[in-house]
Design a protein around this ligand. Structure first.
Ligand SMILES: *Cc1c(COP(=O)(O)O)cnc(C)c1O
Length: 855
């Protein structure tokens, strides 16, 4: 029997407490302790049991307790102050960046992501990608960037992990009650839910929109689980990364195409979109379609509009991790769609292919995103390099270093991840600026002012808290598998709150090599057995439900943790999430990471640890490659960036290094105690890491980089190109078409260098060339010398480019160009000449994929 109507019944808050709802419906409480403590101080246990979900928390508070609080003057006063803090934050005006021409309150950038990790009580994330997206929104809020988020509202989120008795991962998918979460349905002016429709293979899909306040930023979440939809469509927003390939296609159509439609349904008109990973690349297509149908633009002009105002961030250095769909699967969805844009299906498919004419190639979302955006980036310097290599086929004829994929290194949102105790320390010695302005080096220079003893005491308290947390969790885990009472009682004794504590928490993907530490179990057990210098390990992490190899790794690990010799000093905590991450990155001494270089795109958990004074011990990969390059005394590395072809051998060598560095460097340094039992040199390392890495690896710096390098130029492109009935877009498209027809007839001849018999280092060589432009002007192109040392194989080892000047019009389309280069070092040196397109609206001359090399 189904009820005829359903109501949500909410508790009646006494008038004095009504503003608790305002605090509850804004995730600012996640990074503002004045607000969070209002809830936790009412009832710590209930707050914990509600997963720090303030809405559920208020719904569960007994009416009598609410009455008592309303009569508690002290509490009412504190509430007033917290409300003032929130209002103050939300009403703050001004942004260091001028989005010239944007109306006040308008959103300029729409950020698309498949997952978001904002707080424990909104479980729509699986790992790093989601956490990063959450941190991006939080820093955008702190910086007052006019940005909105778009994502999906998953009924079951990602799976929750628990273990069988023999350590095999099981998954469960609890259902979320959105009415009990800090989210609200978006309403139109008439007060009705905003619902819009989407075409799915000729069927109508209805979509409801929820919104979440993340400080000043609004995140919109799409939900298909509504009664207007048939069951198969209702399941689209059931699970994050669940279902088969067609389900993934549905979800990506929903996020990309649906996301753009949702913005329109909400009356929002962002000029710029940022695709966080390829999942949302259909958004670019939908924007093209809208420009064509609503503005009457040609496909080419619409494409210029979209590409010039889109940003794409790739995250996946593993080819298999990039979504690809077979052409036949996509046909019923996209053949009619392509027709509305006047595209043959084959031409459409070429947009997602590395080799446009290769019919056997699947449609790749990353390729689509790369082609629909003129600002592409990886998430660390090393990953930028890896990505240029991975996608160089999309830009044929390009030397890999010119492939237009740059790098903006990820960062973490400091106020979210720094422990309250540590943040008080920062407040006291760095000043409150570290929250607002964490990328200021001056702020972090003050780290040296923190007294050693105070820093260490704070850290030790956090380690104690971690140990206490692990014991409680372990007890619960043992209860769940029906362990014997004696075993359960032992849980209260595991770990030593004063021992060197090493944390390893991440997805159990194969490339993360959780097994590296376990390769020589006896050597590991010898470390654990040292009673004078005890070492202990805490592990957490999920394997993908279909990844049996990952599950096997977890099982191995759990079985080792249960061995007599290990059980007191090695613990696996089930169901890794933001809460466990919080305890671990705050309370460990060492953050261990062992990815197979260069497969960790960036890694952010280590940055969270760094911000809490935890030192790194990691393969130089992702962000740590970058950080360790700055200064190798900030932590420890496993290996020296060697490349291996034999993975088995690599694992052997690197596991040996891992044990050796632990035994010879890390453990002795941790236990090198001076007066007052302080590890002085360890503390010095902690401070130095904070001072040097703090201002760099935080999300404010990251969002500022995106704003300066991508959002502002893309916004300016949008404005310029949309003026006067999109004249700029039409002109740019026409210019590009003209260029493409004339490009193949360009010529370069008579390349001469002022010949010296002897050339000397740092002595200029003047080079001239005659260039045939086939009707193009010298303003349309950039002619460059491409020069550098030449290696054994006759190719360039490295190169520099120098722009040549047009010196003389030689008539009949020929122009004389000239420039000079300086050989930087002795040895074989070579050069060549090339032509690139040039236009003031092209951020990067390489983005059109046109290049002409002198023959
Ligand atoms: C930070 C975080 C991650 C990402 O960590 P990596 O270092 O990128 O593996 C994953 N899961 C949770 C819960 C996190 O907090």
């Amino acid at each position: 029997m189904q009820p005829l109507r359903v109501y949500s019944v909410v508790p009646r808050l006494p008038k004095q407490l009504n503003e608790l709802w305002d605090l509850a419906y804004n995730f600012l409480f996640v990074w503002n302790n004045d607000i969070a403590s209002i809830f936790s101080s009412i009832d710590q246990t209930l707050w914990r049991d509600c997963q720090q979900n303030p809405v559920s928390f208020l719904n569960h508070l007994p009416q009598q307790q609410l009455e008592e609080l309303a009569n508690d003057d002290f509490f009412v006063q504190r509430l007033k102050e917290a409300v003032k803090v929130q209002k103050g934050y939300l009403s703050r005006e001004g942004c260091s960046y001028k989005f010239e021409g944007a109306k006040k309150g308008d959103s300029v950038v729409a950020y698309f992501s498949f997952e978001y990790g904002i707080g424990l009580s909104l479980p729509i994330y699986s790992g790093g990608l989601g956490i990063l997206a959450g941190d991006h929104l939080k820093s955008a809020s702190d910086l007052n960037i006019p940005l909105v988020g778009i994502g999906l509202c998953y009924q079951h989120g990602y799976f929750r992990q628990y273990m069988t008795q023999d350590g095999w991962q099981q998954e469960r998918y609890p259902s979320h009650d959105f009415e009990e979460m800090p989210i609200k349905p978006a309403k139109d002016e008439a007060g009705e839910d905003v619902i819009f429709a989407l075409d799915m293979k000729g069927e109508e899909l209805k979509v409801k929109i929820w919104y979440v306040q993340v400080g000043r930023v609004t995140l919109y979440l799409l939900d298909t689980n509504i009664s207007d939809n048939p069951a198969h469509f209702r399941a689209i927003t059931a699970r994050l990364y669940g279902g088969d390939l067609e389900m993934r296609l549905w979800q990506e159509i929903l996020l990309g195409i649906g996301g753009v439609k949702a913005l329109a349904a909400l009356g929002l008109e962002p000029s710029v979109i940022h695709m966080n990973e390829g999942h949302s690349a259909f958004a670019g297509l939908e924007r093209i379609r809208v420009f064509m149908t609503e503005q009457g633009l040609s496909f080419e002009a619409a494409m210029e509009m979209v590409a010039s105002s889109s940003i794409f961030t790739t995250h996946t250095p593993v080819p298999a991790g990039n979504d690809r769909f077979p052409a036949d699967l996509m046909r019923p969805y996209f053949e009619p769609y392509a027709q509305t844009m006047g595209l043959a299906y084959k031409v459409f498919l070429a947009l997602g292919r590395e080799e446009p004419r290769n019919d056997s190639e699947q449609f790749c979302m990353t390729v689509l995103a790369l082609k629909l955006s003129r600002f592409n980036n990886g998430v660390s310097i090393l990953h930028g390099h890896v990505s240029r290599n991975m996608w160089k086929k999309v830009w044929p004829q390009y030397p890999v270093e010119d492939v237009p994929i740059g790098a903006i290194t990820n960062g973490v949102h400091m106020p979210t991840w720094v422990a309250t105790d540590f943040s008080l320390l920062f407040d006291r010695y760095l000043g409150p600026n570290w929250r607002e302005d964490p990328d200021c080096t001056r702020v972090w220079r003050q780290t040296d002012n923190i007294p050693d003893a105070e820093l260490w005491r704070t850290h030790e308290r956090l380690r104690e808290r971690l140990v206490d947390f692990v014991r409680k969790r372990l007890r619960k885990q043992l209860l769940n598998i029906g362990a014997r009472r004696k075993e359960i009682e032992l849980a209260d004794e595991v770990l030593d709150p004063r021992a060197l504590t090493i944390g390893f928490a991440r997805r159990f993907a194969t490339y993360k090599r959780a097994g590296l530490l376990l390769r020589d179990k006896e050597r590991l057990i010898r470390l654990l057995a040292d009673t004078k210098h005890p070492v202990q390990f805490i592990f957490a992490g999920k394997a993908h439900p279909q990844d049996n190899e990952g599950k096997k790794l977890i099982q191995d690990l759990i079985q080792l943790c249960r061995r007599e010799e290990c059980r007191m000093s090695m613990v696996f905590i089930e169901d890794y999430d933001m809460k466990i991450a919080n305890y671990m990155v705050q309370g460990c001494d060492i953050w261990l990471n062992t990815p197979r270089r260069p497969l960790e795109a960036c890694g952010t958990s280590g940055m969270k640890a760094m911000a809490n004074g935890v030192l790194q011990f990691s393969t130089p990969d992702g962000w740590w490659d970058e950080a360790y390059l700055t200064d190798n005394s900030l932590g420890w590395a496993i290996g020296r960036r060697e490349d291996y072809n034999d993975h088995e051998y690599q694992d052997f060598v690197e596991s040996q290094t891992l044990y050796r560095v632990l035994e010879n460097d890390i453990i002795p340094e941790f236990y090198d105690r001076g007066h007052g039992s302080l590890p002085r040199s360890w503390i010095a390392k902690v401070k130095k890491a904070l001072r040097i890495l703090g201002p760099e690896f935080n999300a404010n710096r990251m969002v500022e980089d995106y704003t300066e390098k991508a959002y502002l130029p893309a916004f300016s492109n949008y404005k310029t190109m949309s003026q006067n009935g999109f004249q700029g877009a039409k002109d740019l498209a026409a210019w590009r078409m003209d260029l493409m027809t004339k490009w193949s007839s360009l010529k370069v001849r008579n390349i001469v260098s002022e010949a010296h018999t002897d050339m000397y280092v740092e002595e200029p060589i003047i080079i001239s060339a005659e260039v045939y432009l086939n009707g193009l002007t010298t303003g349309d192109v950039q002619v460059e010398i491409y020069a550098g040392p030449v290696g054994q194989d006759g190719g360039f080892v490295s190169r520099k480019t120098v722009v040549m000047n047009a010196e003389e019009d030689l008539g009949s389309g020929w122009h004389l160009y000239q420039g000079e280069v300086l050989p930087g070092e002795a040895g074989r040196f070579g050069y060549t000449v090339r032509i690139l397109p040039k236009h003031e609206l092209l951020l990067d001359p390489h983005s059109l994929g046109l290049i002409y090399w002198a023959q």
